[in-house]
Design a protein around this ligand. Structure first.
Ligand SMILES: [Zn+2]
Length: 261
């Protein structure tokens, strides 16, 4: 790697980690319907506000050795991990797409997916406050991505909303219980706005596979086989969508060759 490549990488990581710090605030506050702007960061245990120099992503956590400066209560390792994860995605996007509008668009998209995934994992909900504005925001994909058109985006929204709605309705008929929440449907409509029909098919296919593996693993480890075991679907759909961003085109081409088309 040349020095030229090194600079944008670090730059992307620092910007990404700072955005990750903001995502932590969103993950923690949006489900509680609280403002994500004010007040600033504070310890959830003793409510003391965190001074600016200790609020630096990742470094702040290391300086504090994972404990609140005031009450010594331990700080969840998840905060620096989400900061690092967001930073790493920023680096991967810059390496893949350069510092371009394409990388910018996908970074916003992945940041929203990270937020949704952790909220869904914590509370088994996908807030409308994120997914519905997300549908409109990511319908701008044609403006950033050379291969997208507004019609393709619209088709993706309908396919995402419609496809999953059909699956959910079928499941309901079959089992008389809701398998997939309305939150997943709106999330998929949002993913469709960004990735179009191809992206939706890829995301549903990949996300369902990942979700099924995780379900089997959970049943295996917890030795519970009751069918109502709640596994949030949002993180798996999100993972499918992220895989599409990086490898979608290649994987679809590979699959087409495989089936001889
Ligand atoms: Zn504290």
């Amino acid at each position: 790697m040349t020095e030229y490549m090194l600079f944008p990488g670090w730059f992307a990581f620092i910007v990404g980690a700072c955005i990750g710090s903001f995502l932590n605030v969103c993950i923690y506050r949006i489900p509680e319907n609280r403002s994500i702007i004010s007040p600033g960061s504070f310890c959830p245990h003793c409510r003391n506000s965190i001074p600016f120099h200790l609020n630096i992503p990742i470094l702040g956590y290391l300086l504090l050795k994972g404990r609140c400066k005031f009450c010594n209560h331990s700080i969840s390792i998840r905060y620096p991990l989400i900061e690092a994860l967001t930073g790493i995605f920023a680096v991967l996007l810059v390496l893949r797409f350069g510092i371009t509008p394409v990388a910018f668009f996908w970074f916003v998209f992945i940041s929203v997916l990270i937020t949704i995934s952790f909220i869904d994992a914590d509370h088994q909900i996908i807030p409308d406050r994120i997914s519905i504005p997300g549908i409109f925001i990511f319908a701008s994909s044609f403006y950033f991505l050379p291969e997208m058109t507004f019609l393709e985006s619209l088709a993706g929204i309908l396919a995402g909303g419609g496809l999953l709605y059909a699956v959910a309705a079928f499941y309901y008929l079959l089992r008389k219980q809701e398998g997939m929440g309305g939150g997943d449907i709106k999330l998929l409509a949002m993913i469709g706005a960004a990735t179009g029909i191809k992206g939706i098919l890829f995301t549903v296919f990949t996300g369902s596979m990942l979700g099924t593996f995780a379900g089997i693993a959970t049943i295996f480890y917890t030795k519970r086989s009751d069918t109502k075991l709640k596994i949030p679907f949002g993180p798996f759909l999100s993972a499918g969508a992220v895989l599409y961003v990086f490898f979608g085109e290649e994987l679809i081409r590979w699959y087409m060759r495989l089936i001889g088309r």
